[in-house]
Design a protein around this ligand. Structure first.
Ligand SMILES: Cc1cc2nc3c(=O)[nH]c(=O)nc-3n(C[C@H](O)[C@H](O)[C@H](O)COP(=O)(O)OP(=O)(O)OC[C@H]3O[C@@H](n4cnc5c(N)ncnc54)[C@H](O)[C@@H]3O)c2cc1C
Ligand SMILES: C=Cc1c2[nH]c(c1C)Cc1[nH]c(c(CCC(=O)O)c1C)Cc1[nH]c(c(C)c1CCC(=O)O)Cc1[nH]c(c(C)c1C=C)C2
Length: 505
């Protein structure tokens, strides 16, 4: 949670001698909008509930040099959002830390599906579209060509499954789209909204009458991005001037990138930069416990003090914000709390030697095959630089649960590590034929880690926006709960929120 204190505000935060947070004598508030629209923000107070910044960006750096990701492991460089993140990486001085994956890398070219007990390479290139490739019953090109003449839908929103079944056929919806939604949202394509999860597909149908025509007639960048990926959300977004690093990523056709010491390096570098910035106060282990309106601003209740602020940028999950708002904002709270979250059980495994039967990014599992197992990432293929130096090892990550967590595993807080490790090793035995024991493992349950944009999410966002405007709440929303769950999306949402207060920077 970020609180902005404009010049005239200013309650603020001090650290007591014992390190806890105390309140400064509050000074008079002026009108919030007049203050926050002014570029002269006197202070920004950043409140992080956990003892580290970065939320799900967590990396284990083992003493022997191996790196394991427990959250995101690759960021896409394409589009305005991708450039924006790379620009930030440059500004933070992390260029030399970047590990790019070019488009001709095997991790960019090969993705697999585990269907009917077998691994199948996802079709790619023209050949893959022309031929009948198992597990599909006919050439994908047939479905693609037919799509052009399918009548435009009229619904304001529908499930991703219904949309794709209608336009491209049930087989693609049941297998490919089911997998895609699991591999991005850990979600159920029969509940997720096409309008909010894949706005580019929804808009292509609306504006061009067809997904295929939308892709063909899109901008050059959109077309290029589409060719490079199986799935690309070709939202072009606002113009972002590319840094040298972003230009390099385009020139070298990167499909994703990571950082030498893991993705956690990014929030660490950001924290360091913020601590060096004047008028910015950064607090860890400082969870917001409640919000109340004081004058035209807010009072944020902490465990051991309060902070007064003219404006709040909330980057906590929607349901958390909903639980913090005062009773007077009941309808806003209710809307926020309706944005569902799912949990993931994640198991990192390390093996001695090269043990994978195939190479590529990883494989996804459709819900018809195994509801509980979402997919397996072959980390050491995309990022061998994270392997223990001087040895040949294989690192993989098994992801389980998502929208099926409760029915498959019960409550996230009740799970035994051993049970999850057992399930994960069983998965790699059945899917990849790995019968040897892993040399090292790490089990974690990421509770409520990915928001679910269910059908009607767009309407909920409209209602949320209306509640904020109607009650003139000095509140801006950012983070994964609203308009995109990728690392790029959430970083961009933070930037947009800040710019809505101080103007374009
Ligand atoms: C397993 C996994 C794999 C993923 N893989 C990828 C990938 O490969 N590529 C990609 O682009 N994206 C990926 N994502 C998605 C992406 O990582 C997340 O959507 C994104 O990091 C969410 O960022 P956020 O800041 O919105 O939310 P969070 O990371 O949830 O951060 C919210 C922060 O708010 C803090 N907070 C909570 N309550 C309070 C409170 N009361 N007071 C103060 N602070 C509070 C939390 O401690 C946390 O630091 C993945 C996600 C997961 C879970
Ligand atoms: C099996 C579960 C998951 C895997 N990754 C994620 C989950 C839930 C989370 C995730 N993965 C990606 C994103 C960002 C999307 C974006 O817009 O940038 C998120 C939130 C990247 C991604 N991973 C896969 C796809 C198709 C994408 C989209 C972008 C792209 O095309 O690169 C596929 C995939 N994810 C996982 C596996 C095992 C897998 C496929 C082989 C893990």
């Amino acid at each position: 949670m970020k609180t902005d204190c404009a010049r005239e505000c200013v309650g603020g935060v001090t650290r007591r001698a014992d390190g806890s947070l105390g309140e400064l004598a509050p000074l008079p508030h002026g009108t919030v909008l007049a203050q926050v629209k002014s570029p002269q923000i006197s202070k920004v107070v950043l409140l992080e509930g956990a003892d580290h910044f970065g939320g799900w960006l967590r990396s284990t750096r083992r003493e022997d040099g191996a790196v394991f990701e427990h959250g995101p492991r690759g960021v896409r460089p394409v589009g305005a959002m991708g450039r924006n993140t790379l620009n930030m990486v440059s500004e933070l001085g992390l260029e030399s830390e970047v590990l790019p994956v070019p488009s001709d890398h095997v991790a960019s070219k090969n993705r697999f599906l585990f269907f009917k007990g077998q691994l199948h390479k996802m079709p790619s290139g023209l050949g893959g579209l022309l031929r009948t490739v198992p597990p599909f019953s006919r050439p994908l090109l047939q479905s693609i060509l037919k799509e052009i003449v399918v009548k435009r839908g009229t619904a304001e929103d529908e499930t991703v499954h219904a949309f794709v079944a209608r336009r491209l056929g049930v087989e693609l919806a049941d297998i490919v789209i089911d997998c895609l939604c699991r591999g991005v949202f850990a979600g159920d394509c029969r509940q997720l909204s096409v309008r909010s999860c894949f706005p580019s597909l929804f808009n292509a149908e609306r504006t061009r009458g067809s997904i295929v025509l939308g892709m063909v007639l899109g901008t050059g960048e959109e077309r290029a991005a589409r060719i490079l990926h199986i799935y690309t959300d070709f939202r072009s977004g606002p113009r972002v001037t590319p840094s040298d690093l972003a230009k390099r990523s385009a020139k070298e056709s990167w499909t994703q990138w990571s950082l030498k010491r893991g993705m956690q390096t990014l929030p660490e570098a950001l924290e360091d930069a913020l601590r060096r910035t004047e008028r910015v106060e950064v607090h860890r282990s400082a969870p917001a416990k409640g919000l109340s309106r004081v004058g035209s601003g807010w009072e944020v209740k902490l465990e051991d003090g309060t902070v007064k602020a003219d404006h709040i940028i909330s980057a906590v999950p929607a349901h958390v914000l909903g639980s913090l708002l005062p009773p007077a904002a009941k309808s806003l709270s209710q809307q926020l709390q309706k944005i569902a979250m799912v949990s993931i059980a994640l198991v990192n495994l390390e093996y001695e030697g090269t043990v994978l039967p195939v190479t590529g990014f990883g494989h996804l599992v459709p819900s018809s095959e195994d509801r509980g197992v979402l997919g397996v990432v072959y980390d050491s293929v995309a990022f061998p630089q994270h392997n223990r130096p001087g040895t040949t090892t294989t690192r993989i990550t098994v992801m389980m649960g998502g929208a099926w967590f409760q029915e498959e595993f019960g409550k996230p807080e009740r799970l035994a590590e051993q049970e999850l490790l057992g399930r994960a090793t069983e998965v790699v035995r059945a899917h990849l034929g790995l019968t040897v024991e892993p040399h090292w493992s790490y089990v974690t349950v990421l509770k409520d880690c990915i928001p679910q944009y269910h059908v009607g999410h767009w309407k909920r966002l409209e209602n949320i926006g209306r509640c904020i405007t109607e009650h003139s709440l000095p509140l801006t929303l950012a983070g994964a709960s609203y308009d995109g769950v990728s690392v790029n999306d959430v970083i961009f949402s933070g930037r947009r929120a800040a710019e809505s207060l101080v103007g374009k920077v």
